[in-house]
Design a protein around this ligand. Structure first.
Ligand SMILES: C[S@@+](CC[C@H](N)C(=O)[O-])C[C@H]1O[C@@H](n2cnc3c(N)ncnc32)[C@H](O)[C@@H]1O
Length: 305
């Protein structure tokens, strides 16, 4: 459990590495000291701030809504820290065209005239192949659009050189590459390929691309099984733990502190706990935070169940 708050805010629960707080992130974050956080890893409630779908007018409101958070994120991040924002794309209401709100947010965060001006360290894309073919009208009824299966993830930073190390997130080599790497210097592979090529430099795995293949299809996780057991509805907009885990390992060391201001079911906290990083989670709705506890302990181990 971390202890970086200046005052004695009441935690909702704590674990070996983290603390979850119930409340409005905009209020809670003000209690955090300047430059105290290594990574903000989050998925903001993009569809919940305005009731209607995000057309141009609404996206303007979204950016206004986000601004005070952006200021606080900037303030609490360390100079070499990162802000990673997962935002599902959205469709315009009533027509088969895409909303631009997530691009507008990106431009605002990186080009605005106020103090909190971030760099786009890199754009990532999450290929979520388990996504449903929505909006049904355009995809499965009229068949005039493809299935939307990619979510953008903006990796933003306060400086052009945020802390990062891709050796911490290497992928296993494909069988073919592995065979090539095992060939002795100067030997030829099956295609007559010379194994002493430049790329042969032995690493412990392949450098990951910025397209992340992660299925959002957990069905037997401790979180889901526990929610079922106590008759609680799981959070409807979770990301898989593998997603924050990738960025946590890529962008922080073991002494890093990770904040998720829009914690939901606290998948970020679970990823940080697994990778032995300290974490802080804020969440506005108690039902979500209550369920999120089951990521760390079984219902029978919780006092309230
Ligand atoms: C997209 S969900 C996050 C889901 C999370 N990544 C997960 O995997 O479970 C966004 C969350 O932000 C919460 N939220 C919205 N406004 C908030 C605020 N002002 N302060 C704290 N949490 C807020 C919502 O209740 C919702 O649970």
């Amino acid at each position: 459990m971390n202890n970086i708050f200046d005052n004695s805010l009441e935690p909702y629960y704590t674990t070996d590495y983290g603390t979850a707080y119930l409340g409005d992130a905009l209020e809670l974050i003000k209690q955090l000291p300047d430059a105290s956080i290594n990574l903000i890893m989050t998925s903001p409630p993009f569809a919940l701030t305005t009731k209607k779908a995000y057309g141009n007018a609404d996206s303007g409101k979204y950016i206004e809504w986000f601004k005070p958070f952006a200021h606080e994120f900037w303030r609490v991040l360390k100079e070499d820290g990162s802000l990673v924002i997962h935002l599902g794309g959205s469709w315009d209401k009533g027509r088969p065209t895409r909303s631009l709100y997530h691009f507008e947010l990106l431009l605002d965060l990186c080009r605005n005239s106020h103090e909190a001006r971030f760099y786009l360290a890199q754009d990532f894309y999450w290929f979520n192949y388990a996504k449903l073919p929505l909006p049904a009208e355009w995809v499965t009824v009229q068949r005039i659009r493809a299935k939307d299966a990619v979510d953008p993830i903006w990796w933003l930073s306060k400086s052009p050189f945020p802390k990062a190390d891709n050796r911490q997130v290497l992928n296993p080599y494909s069988e073919k590459t592995d065979k090539l790497l095992k060939l002795k210097q100067g030997q030829r592979g099956p295609s007559g390929h010379n194994s002493s090529l430049k790329f042969k430099r032995k690493l412990d795995g392949a450098i990951p691309p910025n397209l992340l293949y992660i299925a959002n299809s957990e069905s037997n996780s401790q979180y889901l099984c526990s929610c079922r057991k106590v008759g609680m509805r799981p959070h409807p907009a979770r990301y898989p733990v593998e997603l924050p885990k990738f960025f946590i390992e890529f962008l922080t060391d073991q002494d890093g502190i990770v904040l998720d201001p829009f914690g939901g079911s606290n998948a970020t906290g679970e990823a940080a706990e697994k990778t032995k990083r300290q974490w802080i989670c804020f969440e506005l709705r108690e039902e979500y935070l209550k369920g999120s506890k089951y990521r760390f302990r079984l219902p029978e181990e919780s006092k309230d169940n």
